[in-house]
Ligand binder design. Structure first.
Ligand SMILES: Nc1nc2c(ncn2[C@@H]2O[C@H](COP(=O)(O)OP(=O)(O)OP(=O)(O)O)[C@@H](O)[C@H]2O)c(=O)[nH]1
Ligand SMILES: [Mg+2]
Ligand SMILES: [Zn+2]
Length: 293
């Protein structure tokens, strides 16, 4: 049989197949190979005779991609959630995640949530930066269920993962999309010190036949360091475009003169915050590279 892993807690995997869920373990000899199944994997499994909806996973089908932290496979769309207030927009994290999405070949979509807490001007300032680059940016108010239909539309036929700082409203958005309280359905959230529910494990939800959505504890610690510093500009779409006007091979776009990217910045074709975040992330990665050995 074939199915998709939607949850994993220690050695137990929950598989969804033909509208049924199965509780499965890994076949003993599979553990010897280095591939271990993760949430999002499509797998082959055998039903255990005489056991109700229980199985043994025998094979992982080829993956489109694989994210290490949190462990999840076959994510085709990354939904990057920022809130306009509480917490304030973290554009450094957003730009990091956008670069990571480009690197991993996941299509990113930005959701600007908590519209009700911000002024039109604040919202438009952020919208402008990202629309100019060509990113899809949706404005929502999850708590008031505003803008949810356009989010559902953007998720169709994809496996999407929601990411963003704690408290931006990822779980609230998911509840609005599914029109039910998902966080109450499983052991996916626990109360943090402030007594709020915070997501702690990866769980895949099926919206319709071909649409899956992951609630995750967030990708804040994810491996941006898989990108080499010299290649970072390629994952900033508007920087990549301007790079053709750089004069020197191996231009880092930071200290050099006659740099196409710095010229585009001066001409207002690149937003200052994007460039500043590029420099910060570049130096971050560079630092890691130099301390590797
Ligand atoms: N005013 C306002 N509050 C919102 C909105 N969306 C979510 N909230 C509130 O923001 C708080 C955090 O929302 P969550 O959905 O738990 O945030 P999260 O991103 O899942 O947080 P973690 O699970 O910790 O990563 C809750 O108190 C929500 O009620 C919104 O559109 N407007
Ligand atoms: Mg949450
Ligand atoms: Zn340059």
């Amino acid at each position: 049989m074939q199915g998709r892993i939607i949850n994993n807690i220690s050695n137990t995997y929950i598989i969804e197949a033909d509208k049924c869920t199965y509780e499965a373990v890994i076949r003993g000899k599979m553990k010897l190979e280095d591939m271990v199944p993760v949430v999002g994997d499509n797998v082959e499994f055998e039903e255990i005779p005489n056991q109700i909806k229980q199985g043994i996973i025998t094979k992982i089908l080829p993956r489109k991609n694989y994210i290490k932290r949190p462990k999840i496979a076959n994510v085709t769309r990354l939904i990057l959630v920022v809130s306009i207030q509480l917490p304030k927009p973290d554009l450094l994290l957003l730009d990091k995640q956008l670069a990571f999405a480009e690197f991993m070949k996941m299509e990113p979509i930005i959701i600007l949530n908590k519209q009700d807490l911000g002024s039109i001007e604040e919202i438009q300032n952020i919208q402008k930066i990202y629309q100019q680059i060509g990113y899809h940016i949706l404005v929502t108010s999850a708590k008031q269920q505003e803008g949810i239909e356009q989010v559902r539309e953007a998720l169709k036929g994809q496996t999407s993962a929601f990411s963003g700082n704690s408290g931006v409203g990822k779980s609230t958005l998911l509840n609005a999309i599914f029109e039910r309280d998902l966080t109450m359905e499983g052991v996916i959230s626990k109360k943090n010190q402030k007594g709020k529910n915070t997501t702690t494990t990866v769980q895949l939800y099926q919206l319709d036949e071909e649409t899956y959505i992951a609630d995750t504890p967030g990708f804040s610690t994810f491996d941006i360091y898989e990108i080499e510093s010299k290649n970072l500009y390629m994952y900033f779409k508007e920087l990549r475009l301007a790079e053709k006007d750089c004069k020197y091979v191996g231009c880092t776009h930071i200290k050099e003169n006659e740099c196409g990217i710095k010229r585009a910045l001066e001409e207002g074709k690149i937003a200052l915050s994007r460039y500043q975040n590029y420099v910060k992330i570049y130096e971050n990665i560079k630092d890691k590279e130099e301390h590797k050995w």
